[in-house]
Design a protein around this ligand. Structure first.
Ligand code: ATP
Ligand code: MG
Length: 355
């Protein structure tokens, strides 16, 4: 009997709808080759759905998603709908309800992709572990003296011991599986309340985990290291804001937003995790059939790994890499002329030989 995984699919808007099916096709083939089954249930929740119904998802939307083993999301967003409507109406409720407190961003320079960093000394392969539930992105704060010359905005950061401990433990675990090196992003010389707690808890957990080498770098210096010597970094743990910035910077270093995968993980596995590429709905290239499906396919590989099929996930990434390294088939954003469908066809061919 093969393992069956229930996957909730939310294609979303724009190029999300164009890259999700190619990615599903690749994952289906991996499932056949590695002998497991993916049962897809597709939900049309999106900005288009909002325009028709006045909400991003129905009232029982979260209950329906809760029944799945994982959520596979394309991209949500449309110029006609304010960003906070789509975020607060769909993505944030999912992240919160399912306690997806880790945002995982693998950054790897694939063979065949040119980095804008000509001076790169080695292969970039790092993992940004971003805190996804608290920190700088909080609702605490407000405006004082509105409309006067003294107008003042206050935005509070909220860091809890529980929140820091759980992201740190996750990052230490991932470091242990990889090279045993962890870098923590801090700024305790300037942010004098929250960041010292972050550093303190990092130190506490580090003393329980003597096999892991931990370096704490201030975010400004670390941003420079991402550019100057990314090949020396392995697992990087960062707060919500710092992790957001570092992972986009990292995505640029390894070839751009169209390639970058991400996962919103509930490591406790009480609830489904959500897998979504870093890019958005890209309305400027929507409906042309030219979107790069790599980010979505690689995101799918992360989902396979999470579902307990690491070999299948690795083979999917290796298939992407084979196409990039051994052919000049690539989409326009990478300087090629292949359509989304043509590129996907080549990935399916490359994957076929993997097992
Ligand atoms: P959203 O509002 O949903 O975030 P966006 O307009 O910000 O959408 P992004 O998807 O975040 O668009 O990306 C910015 C630009 O990068 C796009 O407008 C597009 O030109 C390019 N881009 C992003 N993803 C891809 C992709 N998968 N393939 C090709 N080009 C892409
Ligand atoms: Mg965007």
């Amino acid at each position: 009997m093969t393992t069956l995984h229930q996957i909730a699919v939310i294609p979303g808007d724009g190029i999300g709808r164009e890259v999700i099916e190619p990615a599903m096709e690749v994952l289906e083939q991996a499932a056949r080759q590695w002998d497991f089954t993916l049962a897809w249930t597709t939900y049309p929740w999106s900005c288009a759905y909002y325009t028709e119904h006045g909400h991003m998802m129905p009232g029982d939307g979260l209950d329906r998603l809760a029944e799945s083993d994982a959520i596979f999301l394309g991209a949500v967003g449309d110029p006609s709908v304010a960003d906070d409507v789509s975020l607060w109406g769909l993505l944030i409720p999912i992240r919160r309800a399912f306690d997806q407190y880790v945002n995982l961003r693998p950054l790897r320079l694939l063979r065949g992709i040119d980095s804008p960093l000509e001076s790169l000394g080695g292969a970039v392969d790092l993992l940004v572990v971003r805190e996804n539930s608290e920190g700088e992105y909080s609702e605490a704060g407000g405006r004082l003296f509105a409309g006067t010359s003294m107008e003042t905005a206050i935005q509070e950061s909220v860091f809890t011991r529980r929140g820091i401990e759980r992201i740190m433990r996750y990052a230490f675990d991932r470091a242990e599986e990889r090279t045993g090196r962890l870098v923590s992003a801090t700024k305790s010389n300037g942010i004098i309340h929250t960041m010292p707690l972050w550093d303190q808890i990092c130190g506490e957990i580090g003393s329980e985990r003597p096999r892991i080498t931990v370096d704490s770098y201030h975010i400004d210096a670390l941003a420079a290291y991402f550019v100057q010597r990314p090949e020396t970094l392995d697992v990087v743990v960062a707060s919500n804001l710092f992790g957001d910035i570092l992972s986009d910077l990292g995505a640029a270093i390894v070839g751009g937003i169209g390639l970058a995968p991400s996962a919103n993980v509930n490591p406790d596995r009480t609830y489904p995790s959500m897998f979504e590429p870093v890019h958005g709905s890209a309305p400027d290239i929507a409906n042309l059939g030219v979107a790069n499906p790599i980010g979505q396919i690689w995101t799918g590989a992360l989902m396979l790994e999470h579902l307990g099929h690491p070999e299948a996930g690795a083979a999917v990434v290796a298939a992407l890499e084979d196409v990039l390294a051994d052919s000049d088939i690539r989409t326009q954003d990478l300087g090629g002329s292949a359509s989304t469908a043509e590129f996907t066809r080549a990935v399916l061919d490359a994957l076929r030989s993997k097992r």
